[in-house]
Design a protein around this ligand. Structure first.
Ligand SMILES: [Zn+2]
Length: 131
């Protein structure tokens, strides 16, 4: 049986921000699973993985293409169509708010409270308007 000694517990291998990020991911994943169950959506790996990517970084505005790109970088194997479907399911579930820029462009806001936006056309960035 393996004994855990203070010397064997390696604090140096994980920095504190990394530990906090992991903890936040863990919490986020559980919250997503709970919310999906509440609304009767199956808690598939893909939904939970995409939810993690979406919500682990706090409030932000993201397009389907941006999320697709981040999923690829995180080695989550998913099609753009699935990303679109998942974003719409999350929006219907109240986890996200959809912000339409025009008929061809829309963003999804992880801040699902009521607020208004500026759109910076040059940088294609969506900004919250403070009250
Ligand atoms: Zn916003």
């Amino acid at each position: 049986m393996k004994q855990s000694s203070p010397a064997g517990f390696d604090h140096a291998s994980h920095s504190e921000p990394e530990m906090l990020a992991r903890l936040r991911n863990y919490k986020t994943a559980n919250q997503i699973r709970n919310r999906l169950r509440e609304i009767g959506l199956r808690t598939t790996r893909t939904r939970v993985a995409l939810g993690n990517i979406l919500f682990a970084k706090g409030n932000r505005h993201i397009s389907a293409e941006m999320l697709f790109e981040e999923a690829n970088q995180a080695k989550v194997s998913v099609s753009l169509a699935t990303v679109y479907n998942t974003l719409h399911q999350f929006t219907e579930a109240g986890l996200l708010r959809q912000v339409a820029i025009d008929s061809s462009k829309c963003y999804f806001d992880t801040n699902n409270t009521e607020h208004h936006h500026y759109y910076l056309e040059d940088s294609h960035e969506l900004m919250d308007i403070a009250d």
